[in-house]
Every structure is written in structure tokens, then in C-alpha cells.
Design a protein around this ligand. Structure first.
Ligand code: PAF
Length: 280
């Protein structure tokens, strides 16, 4: 694996490779890699001749500056895992490489409804930051296919929308959430959980499973309120538990029993915010 830090350098190399017909799979990350990220690298490797991974902790997508400051960094381990997984190029840019004009005059993305709900509502500006950085990365890497994780369901939907408009030739692959043996969704943020919090964290997944197993057509108010109360009683501060139409994330108050749905949770365990979802 080669490590490239300059946007101009990686762009030149990748343009030359694309010209001779090499297909590129791209996995953008913020590092602190785990099996979930590695499953994206593997999917990219299976479908492309070359795999590019980026590690960049993007300041513009953190609505809470404290969260940015303490985001986990495990770069030596990340490089080891990427090499082992068969990643071809690691793009490791600095903030100046990614934002050469600084943070003024950043692009604004018209995301509409999707930015007003769920994480869009609870993390104002977050999806603008995600779009800013991913569009810049796509402009530099110009892959054949972009790989994203289903754990960030709303992010995948936002990025699919934006990439389809700005880079229609880039295919998008959404890969299943990877889970710990007890069911907890793998996340870089799990590294920040204490032993006690880690044991409690699985309740997010258990709550999703409980809703999935017991949901019936009709009014969903009691299901949602019951689940919020149960998680709160376990010590979580719940941002949301919602049941949404899978294809557009419209929040449902009633379910007809046929519409494909996704159940989504975002909740804090002390200072660590965790998200997860299950498609029904
Ligand atoms: O999901 C993430 O890790 C980040 O939001 C992404 C897509 C790498 C953009 O910074």
C-alpha cells in the first residue's frame, strides 16, 4: 500500500490509472478503523482493480467542537489493517489539502427535507460538512464506485443523492452493518466507551430488535414512546427513535404493514453518541 498526502499527487496518479482502464473502488473514512470499514475495503477489492481509502477527520461535519477534539485516532493500527485487507492507496491529507481556501465560502448543498430530520435535526450542519468533504474527495479520487456503510443510513442516503447529481458516473455500494458478537453495531466511537458503558451499549441493538420483532400495522406512537422510555431507564439520553419509510426516510406515525421501513436510533451514553438502524 502506498500512502499519499497531497491531493494533486493522488489525483495525477489515479487519472493516469483510469486512462489505462484500471477501475477504482473508494472507501472514505475518518480512521479508527474496525471490521465495518474493512468489510467496505473487501467489497471494493472484490469489485475493482484498485482500492483507495481516505482517512481524514473532517472538522466541518462536527457540530460539537468537543466531539471533534476527542475523535479517536489510531493511525498506526489503521495502516496495518488496511495493508492486511489489501488496500492499494491510502490518501491521508491535511486540512489544508482538503480545504485549500480555508473554511470560508464552503459549498452549500440543497438537501431539503432529509436535512431537517433525525441526525439532520439533532446535528445541525453535519450533513453539509459530510457533503463538503465527500464531494472534495470524489473530485480528487474520481472512483468508479464509492462504498458506504448502512450503519450511517441517513448519511448514505444524503451522499447517494448528492453523488448522483454531482458525479452521475460514480456507482454507490451500501454495505451491511458489521456487529460485535452481542449485536452492538461496530463504530469508531465504541472506542470511547468505558467497560460499563460498553456493556450497556448493546441495548440500542436490543431495542431495534425488539421493535422489529413486535411491530404491528397501525399507530406507532406507543411503540416509539415505550422504546424511548426503556432506553432512558437504562441510562441513555435518547435523541430519537423513529420508524421511517425506507426509500425516503419519511417519519411514519402509522404503518400499513407493507411499506418497507427502517427503524433508527440515536442516543447518548454519557458523552458518547451512538447510532444504529435495522431495515424491516
Ligand atoms: O462516515 C464517515 O466516517 C464520514 O462521515 C465520512 C463519510 C468519511 C466523511 O467524513
Amino acid at each position: 500500500m502506498i500512502i499519499i498526502k497531497k491531493a494533486g499527487d493522488i489525483k495525477n496518479q489515479l487519472v493516469a490509472l483510469t486512462k489505462i482502464g484500471i477501475s477504482i473502488g473508494f472507501v472514505p473514512t475518518m480512521g479508527a478503523l474496525h471490521t465495518g470499514h474493512i468489510s467496505l475495503i473487501e467489497a471494493a477489492k472484490n469489485e475493482n482493480e484498485l482500492v483507495v481509502c481516505s482517512i481524514f477527520i473532517n472538522p466541518t461535519q462536527f457540530n460539537d467542537p468537543k466531539d471533534f477534539e476527542i475523535y479517536p485516532v489510531t493511525i498506526e493500527k489503521d495502516i496495518y489493517l488496511l495493508e492486511k485487507a489489501g488496500c492499494s492507496i491510502l490518501f491521508l491529507p491535511t486540512v489544508d489539502e482538503m480545504y485549500p481556501d480555508g473554511f470560508k465560502n464552503l459549498s452549500y448543498f440543497k438537501l431539503g427535507f432529509i436535512e431537517t430530520i433525525l441526525d439532520g435535526k439533532y446535528r445541525p450542519g453535519h450533513f453539509q460538512g459530510v457533503c463538503q468533504v465527500v464531494c472534495r474527495l470524489l473530485e480528487i479520487v474520481l472512483p468508479n464506485k464509492l462504498y458506504l456503510g448502512q450503519k450511517d443510513f441517513q448519511q448514505s442516503m444524503v451522499l447517494s443523492k448528492i453523488a448522483t447529481i454531482a458525479y452521475p458516473s460514480i456507482q454507490i455500494g451500501i454495505c451491511p452493518t458489521q456487529r460485535e458478537p452481542d449485536g452492538l453495531a461496530m463504530s469508531s466511537r465504541n472506542l470511547r466507551l468505558t467497560t460499563e458503558e460498553r456493556l450497556l451499549a448493546v441495548n440500542i441493538y436490543l431495542t431495534l430488535k425488539y421493535i422489529q420483532d413486535t411491530i404491528k400495522p397501525g399507530d406507532l406512537t406507543n411503540v416509539k414512546h415505550g422504546a424511548i422510555a426503556a432506553l432512558t431507564a437504562k441510562g441513555f439520553k435518547v435523541d430519537y427513535i423513529e420508524i421511517c419509510r425506507k426509500n425516503n426516510l419519511e417519519i411514519l406515525e402509522n404503518w400499513d404493514g407493507n411499506t418497507a421501513i427502517v427503524i433508527l436510533i440515536a442516543a447518548f451514553l454519557n458523552s458518547v453518541r451512538l447510532i444504529d438502524n435495522i431495515v424491516v
